[in-house]
Design a binder for this molecule. Structure first.
Ligand code: 13P
Length: 248
């Protein structure tokens, strides 16, 4: 039985002090839920996340990490720094980093390896742009991205890796994949993971859907057999929406 993960990706929103207040309100209002809440926040918010969320059943982490373990890399943040702030998860390979920062599959795999060395679970994002979907090549494209981004990535157990399928055309657009289309891709991803890591491992691993997940479409998406929760942008910034997603 895979525990659903409802991961909020805050992207570049809120100040650290706004985040601290939001975290306090979240734990005060946290509903009984079968899902695991997690928040992926800007680096600057992480000390407050560890201070306020610790012991309340909410996980936290970053949205990116350096591919280098340590050294003269101005502006970068290492996996060891994230581990020191008790990050459980960290996103790698988000489409915004792949497109605005030209991150390759090989770089994403390197980042995932750095996280695993520090005991942090990578949330690895994959997904096709619109022209690829329209050409009907989305499955091959996404599986190829998965293969390249998992090169040399060997998590010690299925709980040490999360895959997020985020079709680029659904991110921040209000356009969501239908539950059936999303499920078809998740099934293909799980099939690929079975071939790569074996069925016991792949059946335990969580595959999240991301792209305009909202309270009114989450239940239909999350009830698909291979969709194990969501990676949520916009709706994770509003406390009321995020609370609803936790019980969807
Ligand atoms: P939205 O939920 O705002 O579409 O963002 C999705 C996303 O990119 C999460 O990583």
């Amino acid at each position: 039985m895979r525990k659903r993960l409802v991961a909020g990706n805050w992207k570049m929103h809120k100040t650290p002090s706004e985040a601290r207040q939001w975290f306090r309100e979240l734990i005060a209002q946290l509903p009984p839920t079968q899902a695991e809440p997690a928040l992926l926040v800007p680096f600057t918010h992480l000390p407050y996340a560890s201070e306020v969320l610790e012991g309340h059943g909410v996980s936290w982490g970053a949205q990116d990490v350096s591919a280098h373990p340590e050294g003269a890399y101005t502006g970068e943040v290492s996996a060891r720094m994230l581990a020191d702030l008790a990050c459980k998860y960290t996103i790698v390979g988000h489409s915004e980093r792949r497109s605005y920062h030209a991150e390759s599959d090989a770089l994403v795999a390197e980042k995932a390896r750095r996280l695993l060395e520090q005991g942090i679970t990578p949330i690895l994002c994959v997904g096709e742009p619109l022209h690829v979907r329209e050409a009907g090549e989305h499955v091959e494209y996404t599986l190829r991205q998965l293969e390249g981004s998992l090169e040399g990535v060997n998590p010690p157990s299925a709980s040490h890796l999360v895959i997020a399928y985020e079709p680029v055309w659904a991110i921040g657009t209000g356009k969501t994949a239908t539950p059936e289309d999303a499920e078809a891709m998740h099934r293909a991803i799980r099939g690929w993971l079975i071939a790569r890591y074996g069925s016991g491992f792949a059946e335990e691993l969580r595959i999240l859907y991301g792209g305009s997940v909202k309270p009114d479409n989450a239940t239909a998406l999350f009830s698909q057999p291979n969709i194990d929760g969501g990676l949520v942008g916009g709706a994770s910034l509003k406390l009321g929406d995020y609370l609803q997603l936790l019980t969807a």
